[in-house]
Design a protein around this ligand. Structure first.
Ligand code: HEM
Length: 437
């Protein structure tokens, strides 16, 4: 009995949270931000023109009554933005729940067999239309927050990843993240739950990156390739190349190879704007340190001679990421089980500890506009080596996504202290370029 009541309560909660997705804002700030009825008309005119010229989706609109569609869209945008309008779509009667909150976008679109990439293309055209009419990103994202959950109803074609399928570049700009220092899709230093690249759930995407971090005493180069399949699975290969440039470590050179695998387990960071649940992914990184150069005079050629217990190891992580369009934010939290010293550059385990410890990592980014994000990240690391006063990493970054084929991330990075020889906080710049599809 109690169980039944619990299930019913849960059902009600779920139903009300789903209904929220389609509930208009209850103040008219977004409506005013869009320029009221007149602004919405101008935006919709531009939006419809963009859609009808967009090779990704224009064919779907052949043979439909476009002036009618334009009017319905104006009503819908106005209503969701909190304006004084009511959507009067032709399927209204069929689906009204008596309260006036539920729209049946499913029946409207079902015969069109719309793909995820088409849905995103249309949403992007709307973003561009709002941009062209000078709508602030904080406002346009609020409208997108209301429309994004409709993906569940509107996207009905799901062929999955077909053998030989061409990349569809179907994801929203920036939603593959950038490449983090160990090659996974994420921020600069933290893997996120997002799957790298622009392949939608029916396709795949791949990219290559090069990153350079330069502090007072050291530099770190990282480069690699990654592939995202079906917006579900991510495979990455990366190499790190660490160099010293201040005596006595001016000749120091350490390389490391990293193979990464990530699987999206649940949730969708982008579409589930009507729920607080994040996208969650789990990942594993196998790291192999390639040895120490430049310390031959001391007889040191392997990190184990610096106190590390091993020159290879595994990191395991779980990441949760959410894009909060309403707040124009992306937030991520990652927990990583690791015994890597300085990501593995100084090996794994040591005299101070040789078991995997769970370390928190976090990122937050403000979406300044569709192409630009400003954020900060933090990553704690274990302290296993007596010779290395290892501290947390953090950075403040700006990431620019001019197209789906390229992103540039610049950051101010603090890599903490790295060795007892150059015992000061290693701070400096970070620059990363990613190119792909
Ligand atoms: C956020 C995404 C979308 C929203 C909010 C949306 C909204 C709407 C609305 C309000 C209508 C008018 C329904 C009526 O007459 O009452 C409509 C119709 C239509 N939509 Fe969408 N739509 C979306 C995505 C798409 C996509 C991705 C496509 C195709 C690529 C598409 C193709 C159409 C077509 C062809 C019609 C006309 C259907 C008819 O008149 O029977 N829509 N949509």
């Amino acid at each position: 009995m109690i169980e039944a009541a619990r299930t019913a309560t849960l059902g009600l909660l779920l139903a009300s949270s789903l209904a929220c997705a389609q509930t208009p804002y209850n103040d008219d700030a977004t409506y005013r931000g869009l320029g009221g009825q007149e602004g919405i008309k101008k935006i919709t005119d531009t939006f419809v023109a963009l859609v009808l010229a967009d090779p990704r989706i224009k064919a779907s609109f052949d043979d439909f009554d476009i002036p009618q569609l334009n009017l319905r869209l104006q009503e819908q945008f106005c209503e969701f933005a909190g304006g004084p309008c009511k959507y009067t779509g032709k399927y209204r009667d069929k689906t009204m729940d008596g309260v006036g909150t539920v729209r049946d976008m499913k029946s409207v679109h079902i015969d069109l067999k719309i793909s995820n990439a088409q849905f995103n293309a249309l949403a992007e055209d709307l973003q561009i239309a709002m941009e062209q009419h000078g709508v602030a990103t904080s406002v346009s994202n609020k409208l997108i927050a209301k429309l994004a959950p409709m993906q569940r109803d509107i996207v009905t074609s799901s062929p999955g990843v077909q053998l030989g399928a061409r990349p569809d570049m179907g994801k929203f700009l920036a939603t593959g993240g950038v490449s983090q220092l160990e090659g996974a899709g994420g921020g600069g230093i933290t893997p996120w739950a997002l799957i790298t690249g622009y392949g939608s759930r029916d396709s795949w995407g791949a990219n290559a990156h090069y990153t350079q971090v330069k502090t007072q005493d050291y530099s770190l180069g990282a480069y690699g390739v990654a592939i995202g399949i079906g917006d579900r699975l991510e495979l990455s290969l990366a190499r790190q190349d660490f160099k010293g440039d201040l005596a006595p470590l001016h000749d120091l050179r350490i390389k490391q190879d990293i193979v990464g695998l990530k699987v999206r387990l649940m949730g969708d960071a982008v579409y589930e704007q009507d729920s607080w649940l994040p996208q969650v992914a789990a990942g594993i990184m196998y790291k192999k340190n390639k040895g120490v150069g430049g310390l031959g005079a001391l007889g040191v050629t392997n990190v184990t001679q610096l106190g590390a217990r091993d020159d290879s190891g595994y990191d395991y992580y779980v990441a949760a990421t959410k894009v909060l369009f309403e707040q124009s934010l992306l937030v991520n939290a990652t927990l990583r089980a690791t015994k890597a010293n300085q990501m593995g550059i100084l090996g794994f385990g040591g005299d101070q500890g040789d078991h995997a410890r769970i370390m928190p990592e976090a990122s937050v980014a403000y979406l300044i506009n569709r192409k630009l994000a400003l954020g900060a990240e933090y990553r704690r690391k274990p302290h296993n080596l007596g010779v290395d006063p290892e501290k947390a990493y953090w950075d403040a970054f700006v990431a620019w996504f001019p197209t789906r084929n390229m992103s540039v991330t610049a950051a101010y990075a603090n890599l903490g202290e790295i060795t007892v020889f150059n015992k000061k906080k290693q701070k400096g710049w970070y620059l990363s370029v990613q190119t792909g599809f």
